[in-house]
Design a binder for this molecule. Structure first.
Ligand SMILES: [Zn+2]
Length: 321
């Protein structure tokens, strides 16, 4: 997800583009990977909703491919929203990391996580909750210690998965035998960054670490879920740098709020940060940007910049002394 949803469907002309060998991308609001061999197609993610699922199935069928599996980079509704339709239609397998599988199978957790309690009705919709689907295969990664080599976990022949922690709980990337890497929401295209301003971040330390490691990925083409395909590691390094810059800017905006006020509540830090980025909060963005700001506050405290204390029954954030 970006800091704001929903994505609106775009009317791109080319339904599916061959990137190399058996590897294709279906460009859209969420780019979908297709890996097709011997009439069988594996998808990387399934799009926003039932309509996306239907369209992907049509694209595959028209080419004589049967969809046999979906690998979800993560569970956000814009990535797993087509799962239920595709699984009902084709009986396909669904692969997700252990933590993301919990969200895929019980999507109400997503809105509840973002809200931090029972979600209000503004979050109980398809932009925050995909239709549930059954994960047939869980991919286990060792804990993200920053040392795991890219890539290391086997999938069906021709595909491998690697961890991309940070944006969401157990996000993964997929590398195909044609040296194409699908990168989920580990980084965003420039237009997306300037439109949504603040990328969604669950674990800020891992988010930054994943970005720092991305340019080491040994592949020829790289597909962010939201943004144009990157041809070569030079383009990947340049976009990674832009995303890291945005991350640093986010941290410094949160710190500025606290510096300006001396001590700030979460609500203060969120309001100041949103304003600084020119974001007008509504319920959805309050949940998304708010969750990200909470994560950044935890990160800044863990890395020694901030202190948190309770005063008059309020949690107050200030500079660490
Ligand atoms: Zn997304």
């Amino acid at each position: 997800m970006n800091a704001t949803t929903p994505h609106t469907p775009s009317g791109e002309s080319e339904p599916v583009i061959n990137l190399a060998g058996d590897t294709y991308v279906v460009p859209g609001p969420t780019n979908i990977g297709m890996y097709a061999r011997d009439g069988q197609a594996w998808l990387v993610d399934s799009g926003n909703d039932k309509e996306a699922g239907r369209r992907l199935n049509k694209i595959a069928t028209e080419r004589g491919w049967r969809i046999v599996g979906v690998v979800n980079t993560h569970s956000n509704a814009d990535h797993a929203g087509g799962n239920a339709f595709l699984q009902a239609k084709t009986g396909c397998r669904i692969l997700a990391s252990v933590t993301e599988a919990a969200f895929v199978e019980a999507p109400e957790i997503e809105a509840a996580f973002l809200w931090g309690g029972f979600a209000p009705r503004e979050l109980r919709n398809k932009f925050f909750e995909a239709k549930p689907s059954r994960v047939t295969d869980r991919i286990a990664f060792p804990p993200p210690d920053g040392k795991a080599p890219f890539p290391f976990s086997p999938l069906p022949a021709g595909l491998s998965a690697f961890p991309l922690p940070g944006h969401f709980f157990g996000m993964l990337g997929v590398l195909t035998a044609d040296r194409v890497a699908f990168l989920g929401d580990s980084l965003f295209g420039e237009a997306v960054l300037s439109k949504y301003r603040v990328p969604f971040i669950y674990d800020a330390a891992s988010f930054a670490e994943t970005l720092r490691r991305l340019p080491n990925l040994d592949a020829d083409a790289f597909v962010p879920s939201h943004g144009p395909v990157l041809r070569g590691r030079g383009e990947l390094a340049a976009l990674t740098a832009k995303n890291l810059e945005r991350f640093e800017e986010l941290c410094s905006r949160v710190l500025s709020s606290i510096d300006l006020r001396g001590a700030a509540s979460f609500e203060d830090a969120l309001a100041d940060t949103a304003s600084a980025f020119g974001i007008a909060l509504d319920a959805g963005q309050y949940a998304l940007v708010g969750s990200t700001v909470r994560s950044v506050l935890s990160y800044l405290r863990e890395t020694g910049s901030l202190a948190a204390e309770f005063a008059d029954n309020r949690l107050s954030w200030s500079r660490a002394r």
